[in-house]
Ligand binder design. Structure first.
Ligand SMILES: O=C(O)CCC(=O)C(=O)O
Ligand SMILES: [Fe+2]
Length: 694
């Protein structure tokens, strides 16, 4: 078949042959022109040689970029510009070889080590693409065409440097998934992994609006690193629209591949992208695909899979077989990934774009003669909510409502109110609630609406609803009161919290650990230490020897004994300090203490990460609080890490005396062993409290 280059250069060409003409639908044309819509930029130098803080921030950004976009640009990557340019030039020269010279590499098979050709897969493509390509396997065995003369040397160096870059990025991505830095590399044996260089040539096209350079597709492999010769043409799908990638000169455009999606069990998704052509300039893009060894079966990493909340969404498939599958089909977005698990849950989970309909999938599933139980629907909706796929979760609840065979519970309605709030906003949720039949206006659904008001900080509405609930004699529980208190705390009306407690007591409602925590933190936020102590006594009486409560009481005691409330660095607690007030910082401490009480390390990690990301000048109180929480739960590695972070902090000096008070406080409440292990750690880290007295 004739190359596009030869076709484009045929004299007097003013239109393209019909085999290259695409019919486009309007949704293909929805290109976002929002300047906010530009793919994230990762400063690579901060990942490798930044301070620990910069490094962890960059890892966080990297994770977010993978999750929100699946695409990012990498700057300050250390690959010499001259090498990138030489590689693009060398590819240009390769395409300039005679048709006969190139024919030597006209392999047919996707696993041929060097293969050049045109379109995507000319034997199955219905319409041909305005593109020539050259694909070369450069790892684990290095291959290179022998012409043009300098090609081999440049390719070798470029492959080596881009591989190093990819491996560092994979380390960061691995960490962003909560895995060790070399986890991905080891799990997939990347040492022997595939690396493929795919050069694309898009010659000028007389009718660019009718042709297509590369159709919408996702890439196989873990990561693709793309460079281009300064001419743009790449578009990526983002939130239902196409976004132009206007690459920064000399940056790498990196995207998540299908195998990263499989490996991360769908957390990081490969994103559909396409390439356009233009009338004037020849565009060259060079993609480097980094993947596992060809014989490796890739499935979700066991560490990221969890039977209850994150069931494996993909079955394992050999990388080689996946490539063959992709090549043997007409390229249709991500259809290759979609052949995987064919149960209802997987089908719904594969609807990546919110605008695609879960209702259709449900209808089709039933149309195929399948049945769905209400508990299956609840489970899928729960998982979708967990992955923040609210629109699809809402569609599932809608489906439940509209099919009479399902008997909805109070919680189903409550979930629906919450989802309405998230998808359509509070007004829609309110209307929905008001439209519910009276028997469905239960304590649970009212509390769900209360929660929505709380989220929107609509105090008056929340207070009115709370009164209404009391008036209609609905059985109120701790959760209802907790919602009110959370709202008051979030708008800074801490003084109203004890009033809710009074109400709760009047109604003889049993408080839970969240109730106590809100109450205690409202007092702590105003430095009312005596009251904190008093509540703790009350809580202890009330504690039915519950392990969580005991841990919580101990930690709060330690916080008080170590004098952290007195020691608040700022006298004026309500005064705003670059965004977060001291009062809010104390509230964060109590959130950490709460989750330490509940033994929920994930939440502690999250809150701590969030505090660190907030670029907030932390107080030594915050450090001591996180240290004591990890220590209480026996996570010594994290204790060590926090000590290191604190010592390296440029804003808050390491406070040996506060640490020393912490050791004493642990001993005071009878946790001598923990006091000792903390003391030993301090000595190992060269911050022995004993040095204070010297
Ligand atoms: O040319 C481009 O910008 C995109 C190329 C591409 O997506 C690929 O080679 O997989
Ligand atoms: Fe691609």
């Amino acid at each position: 078949m004739i190359s596009i280059k030869a076709l484009a250069e045929s004299p007097g060409l003013t239109s393209i042959p019909p085999t290259y003409t695409f019919t486009r639908s309007p949704s293909d044309e929805a290109v976002s022109d929002d300047p906010e819509d530009s793919i994230p930029i990762i400063d690579f130098s901060l990942l490798t040689s930044g301070t620990p803080d910069q490094r962890s921030q960059t890892i966080h950004h990297l994770g977010k970029a993978c999750q929100d976009w699946g695409f990012f640009m990498v700057i300050n990557h250390g690959v010499p510009e001259s090498l990138m340019k030489a590689m693009a030039d060398a590819c240009g020269e390769f395409f300039n070889l005679t048709e006969e010279e190139k024919r030597e590499y006209g392999g047919k098979h996707v696993l041929d080590s060097i293969r050049c050709g045109t379109s995507f897969n000319a034997s199955v493509d219905k319409v041909l693409f305005w593109r020539d390509f050259l694909k070369i396997f450069v790892h684990p065995q290095f291959h290179s065409p022998s012409k043009p003369p300098a090609f081999r040397e440049i390719l070798l160096e470029y492959s080596k440097r881009s591989r190093e870059l990819a491996m560092e990025l994979l380390k960061g991505i691995s960490m962003s998934l909560g895995l060790g830095d070399t986890h991905i590399q080891n799990a997939l044996n990347l040492e022997l992994g595939l690396q493929l260089l795919a050069a694309n040539l898009y010659p000028p096209c007389p009718e660019p609006e009718l042709a297509m350079g590369m159709p919408p597709h996702s890439d196989h492999g873990l990561l693709t690193l793309l460079i281009q010769n300064g001419i743009s043409g790449l578009q990526v799908q983002h939130q239902g629209k196409w976004v132009n990638v206007n690459s920064i000169p000399n940056a790498f455009v990196v995207n998540v591949g299908d195998h990263m999606e499989i490996m991360s069990n769908g957390k990081y998704r490969s994103i559909v992208h396409r390439a356009f052509v233009n009338k004037k300039a020849t565009r060259i893009s060079i993609a480097t695909v980094i993947g596992p060894p060809l014989d490796t079966v890739v499935g979700p990493v066991p560490e990221l899979v969890n039977r209850e909340t994150n069931a494996p969404a993909y079955t394992g498939i050999k990388y080689k077989e996946y490539m063959q599958l992709q090549q043997s089909n007409q390229l249709d977005g991500k259809s290759c990934l979609d052949h995987e698990n064919d149960d209802l849950r997987s089908r719904i989970f594969r609807l990546r774009l919110p605008k695609r309909s879960a209702t259709n999938i449900l209808d089709r599933w039933v149309g195929e003669g399948n049945q769905i139980t209400i508990s299956e629907l609840r489970q899928i909706s729960k998982e979708l909510r967990k992955s923040q796929r609210y629109k699809h979760a809402l569609e599932i609840t809608e489906w439940m409502v509209s099919h009479e065979e399902y008997e909805l519970s109070d919680s189903d309605y409550a979930v629906r109110i919450d989802l309405m709030t998230k998808v359509f906003g509070i007004d829609a949720a309110e209307r929905y609630f008001e439209g519910l039949p009276l028997p469905a206006k239960t304590s649970e659904t009212c509390t769900a609406l209360l929660h929505s008001y709380g989220g929107a900080k609509l105090i008056e509405k929340a207070e009115k609803l709370f009164e209404r609930m009391k008036d209609s004699n609905l059985p109120l529980n701790a959760l209802t009161h907790n919602e009110m208190m959370t709202l008051y705390m979030s708008v800074g009306h801490v003084e109203k919290v004890p009033l809710v407690i009074e109400e709760l007591k009047r109604q003889k409602v049993a408080p839970d650990i969240f109730t106590y925590n809100l109450w205690i933190s409202s007092c702590a936020a105003t430095l009312n230490i005596d009251e904190v102590r008093r509540i703790l006594v009350e809580m202890r009486h009330d504690s039915v020897c519950n392990k969580d409560w005991v841990r919580y009481i101990n930690l709060t005691n330690i916080y008080v004994i170590a004098g952290l409330l007195v020691n608040a660095e700022s006298k004026s607690l309500v005064e705003a300090d670059k965004g977060i007030t001291q009062r809010e910082l104390i509230t964060y401490d109590f959130l950490i203490i709460l989750y330490a009480g509940l033994g929920n390390k994930d939440r502690i990690d999250q809150i701590w990460k969030c505090l660190r990301m907030a670029k907030q000048k932390m107080t030594s109180r915050n450090y001591i609080c996180i240290l004591s929480s990890y220590l209480m739960l026996g996570h010594l590695k994290e204790v060590e890490e926090v000590i290191d972070q604190w010592k390296q902090s440029t804003t808050t000096d390491f406070d040996v005396s506060a640490c020393s008070r912490l050791v004493d406080a642990f001993a005071d409440v009878g946790l001598t062993e923990k006091a000792n292990s903390f003391h030993i750690l301090l000595i190992q880290k060269n911050c022995d409290p004993a040095s204070l007295s010297k």
